[in-house]
Ligand binder design. Structure first.
Ligand code: ADP
Ligand code: DP6
Ligand code: CO
Length: 352
């Protein structure tokens, strides 16, 4: 059987200025820009294998071992955008194989809880888009790929880059300027550390997509957030990252997480992602910073109860010694890391 296959690994990213709200649902165009930090693929990652063959009779996708319904999905939208790019190459060079007409098989696995507020959609769509772009030998840079990944899941646009990444909301109706760009590479601030506290691995009750639509439609606090506060915070956060000012970075991160959860509470019916343990973590972090007389530790929560803590390597002994007795499940700190990587592999496993 003739087949071509590629495997890619992509990281999660955890936003420090949150994306929450779409101005265009179909294209995942956000109401505001956002900034995130890309975590190491040694820790949390999606791994995705894609194969195409003229012998495949239908497109198929398995996620964590379960066959998914691709019809009408954001996954197939991303595949089809990349097929169109491939078709352009094939039209320009008749010697190329007509891969754009071949059916695809996708197998992906996350090594962390899926749909639990730990950015599985970010790693997942980044791995999908990255692996197919390699399979089709497309000549698209990271920013161009971020545009395709964005159509799958907004946050995934930022997982095409390592280090410190901004997703610019853009102004255009077609989304051509709604792309991710690098704010700073990993090497700029290499002593940043992240610690993920898995408080609940269960699937969230309100998806990110559904939750943000409810907020846009019902929260009266939301306009102040996306029109005024986030634009100010975006430039403050970029400045903090460029200046490696951890105190400002941490304060902005915590305030933005809190405001995101405040507009969730202000939605109707309210969206409650945090639980009592999440709130205990918030209290602990403020207590820790007060005790040490400096803002050395920051928390942020995505659309779920799980906490991500940011701190600097030089403070990691203090942070870990305080956390270990109460949270034995806490893992060693994660490093900030480079973006996705891909490799070719033997396709035979996917052909059975
Ligand atoms: P999370 O907080 O984990 O990002 P979301 O509600 O934003 O949760 O997205 C979860 C959805 O993302 C899943 O239902 C699935 O459709 C998609 N997803 C998760 N992991 C992957 C993956 N590895 N490959 C492709 N899609 C994925
Ligand atoms: C709270 O990117 O998962 O994590 O675009 O609908 O797939 P869709 O939503 P998603 O939302 C992420 C929301 C967030 C904040 C962030 O990552 O910026
Ligand atoms: Co998500």
């Amino acid at each position: 059987m003739e087949a071509l296959a590629v495997t890619a690994v992509a990281p999660v990213n955890i936003a420090v200025i949150k994306y929450w709200g779409k101005r265009n649902v179909e294209l995942n165009l956000p109401t505001n820009s956002s900034i995130s930090v890309t975590l190491s693929t040694d820790d949390l990652r999606a791994i995705t294998s894609v194969a195409v063959s003229p012998q495949f009779s239908e497109d198929l996708f398995w996620l964590n071992g379960e066959l998914q319904n691709l019809i009408g999905s954001k996954h197939i939208n991303c595949v089809n955008i990349l097929r169109k790019e491939r078709a352009l190459l094939e039209a320009a060079d008749p010697g190329l194989k007509k891969l754009s007409n071949w059916k695809i098989r996708i197998i992906s696995e996350n090594n962390f809880p899926t749909a639990a507020g730990l950015a599985s959609s970010a790693a997942g769509y980044a791995a999908l888009v990255f692996s197919i772009s390699k399979l089709f030998e497309l000549d698209l840079n990271q920013t161009e790929l971020s545009k395709v990944a964005r159509v799958g899941s907004g946050s995934s646009s930022r997982s095409l880059f390592g280090g410190y990444v901004a997703w610019q909301a853009g102004n255009l109706e077609n989304g051509d300027d709604s792309v991710a760009v690098e704010v700073a590479p990993v090497s700029h601030w290499p002593n940043m550390r992240a610690l993920v506290l898995v408080i609940s691995a269960g699937k969230k009750s309100v998806s990110s997509t559904g939750g943000m639509q409810r907020t846009v439609g019902t929260s009266t606090l939301f306009p102040a957030r996306h029109l005024k506060i986030v634009p100010e915070r975006m430039s403050q956060m970029e400045d903090a990252i460029r200046a490696k000012d951890f105190g400002s970075f941490a304060k902005l991160t915590m305030c933005d997480s809190n405001q995101f959860h405040a507009v969730c509470l202000d939605s109707y019916p309210p969206i409650l992602y945090l639980n009592d343990t999440s709130r205990a973590v918030i209290s602990f972090v403020h207590y820790f910073n007060e005790y040490y007389g400096a803002v050395k530790l920051a928390y942020t929560f995505d659309a779920g109860p799980n906490a991500v803590l940011y701190f600097l390597e030089e403070d990691s002994a203090q942070v870990l010694s305080c956390l270990k007795p109460v949270l034995p499940a806490a893992k060693i700190p994660f490093e900030v890391d480079e973006g996705p990587s891909g490799f070719c592999f033997d396709a035979m496993d996917m052909l059975k």
